[in-house]
Write a protein that binds this ligand. Structure first.
Ligand SMILES: C[S@@+](CC[C@H](N)C(=O)[O-])C[C@H]1O[C@@H](n2cnc3c(N)ncnc32)[C@H](O)[C@@H]1O
Length: 335
């Protein structure tokens, strides 16, 4: 009789080290990261353990033995009873010391158990809340605390910066860290940037850190207070930024033009694209974030004035089974 030894091979995404963080953020936000195993360091490459065999990210898929955790506590779901372990969300957002979970209805009776398991395994988390969706013009999450400290204010660390906010009153998404890093790598010193839907100013600050000057707008009055705190917290000098509580479409720009315009209002940015095209300099760029179908049926060129073109379209993260958050970089044809 054949003596078969079963070795459990796990699919891994092999990426260059400089792409490792971007890959990790993507895999985590999409739920592809197999949190039962550790990443493997292979010289210039990192291998991220996956829970499926193919994923839409640049890199190669390698099957090899997974490296398990020594401490069981890293995957919080291992603290749960088996009946709910596989239903509990594998990934969740973290804003500073606050964990934000999205739970399916079947888990309603188990939410406290899930929160306790999370607090037990993540010592940096002090509050666990459930997010039942983002609403209204200000894009505020519907949050309910299920365990831990009764507090929605925290300081979130990202790319060497710190952003403080009350996430029950203003918008913040930790999933945009890679985008903020991308834009800050593109901006040049002395550029004039318009952050048209600025929130608590994470994009504004990421770009101001590189020496650009920013005008930040947001219609939510609560956002300004946190944004001003954050400019100071991150050492941005007062001559480098202006922040106004205003609707983008109501602001009087006089004759000002901008080298870079950030339009991060993905559920409602298209109606403002015309205005942005009028405000951008000849060599300037518009970064427009938009929720659109995954099947590429949306064609941005139908919405561009003549003389403008889309130089890049990138999927930032999935939004629903059929749609994703995309970023379109838009510039002017060179004359
Ligand atoms: C998706 S959030 C993005 C916030 C910020 N850019 C960030 O990355 O955290 C969109 C923001 O646009 C603001 N907003 C919505 N409609 C607006 C408008 N017409 N003019 C200016 N701000 C608006 C909301 O209050 C919200 O803070």
């Amino acid at each position: 009789m054949l003596n078969l030894i079963r070795i459990h091979l796990i699919s891994h995404l092999k990426v260059l080290k400089e792409k490792a963080q971007e890959a990790k953020d993507f895999l985590r936000s999409e739920g592809y990261l197999n949190s039962d195993f550790l990443p493997i360091d292979e010289g210039n490459f990192i291998l991220w353990p996956l829970n499926q065999d193919t994923i839409p990210f640049e890199g190669s898929i390698v099957k090899c033995k997974g490296v398990g955790y020594n401490k069981k506590s890293r995957d919080y779901r291992l603290n749960l009873n088996e009946n709910i372990r596989n239903l509990a969300p594998r990934s969740f957002d973290i804003f500073g010391e606050i964990a934000i979970l999205r739970l399916i209805d079947d888990l309603k009776d188990y939410e406290e158990e899930i929160a306790e398991a999370l607090l037990l395994s993540h010592k940096n988390i002090k509050t666990v809340c459930v997010d039942s969706g983002v609403h209204g013009e200000f894009r505020i999450r519907n949050l309910r605390i299920i365990s831990g400290e009764n507090n929605f204010v925290s300081v979130h660390k990202e790319n060497g910066m710190k952003f403080e906010a009350d996430i029950s009153k203003v918008y913040f998404s930790p999933r945009l860290a890679t985008e903020r890093e991308r834009l800050s790598s593109l901006v040049k010193k002395e550029e004039l940037v318009l952050d048209a839907f600025a929130g608590v100013a994470p994009f504004s600050i990421s770009l101001a850190k590189k020496g650009s000057k920013v005008l930040s707008l947001d219609s939510n009055p609560e956002a300004k207070m946190w944004a001003l705190k954050n400019f100071i917290k991150n050492g941005i000098s007062t001559g480098q930024y202006r922040y106004c509580t205003s609707k983008f479409e109501k602001f009087d720009f006089k004759s000002e033009k901008f080298d870079r315009i950030i339009m991060n209002n993905p559920t409602n940015s298209l109606p403002f694209l015309n205005m942005a095209m009028d405000l951008v300099t000849k060599k300037g760029v518009i970064h427009m974030y938009l929720i659109s179908p995954k099947d590429n049926s949306f064609d941005i060129s139908n919405h561009l004035n003549s003389g403008y073109n889309c130089t890049s379209k990138k999927e930032v993260h999935a939004y629903s089974p059929s749609s994703s958050l995309f970023v379109f970089d838009i510039g002017r044809d060179s004359v």
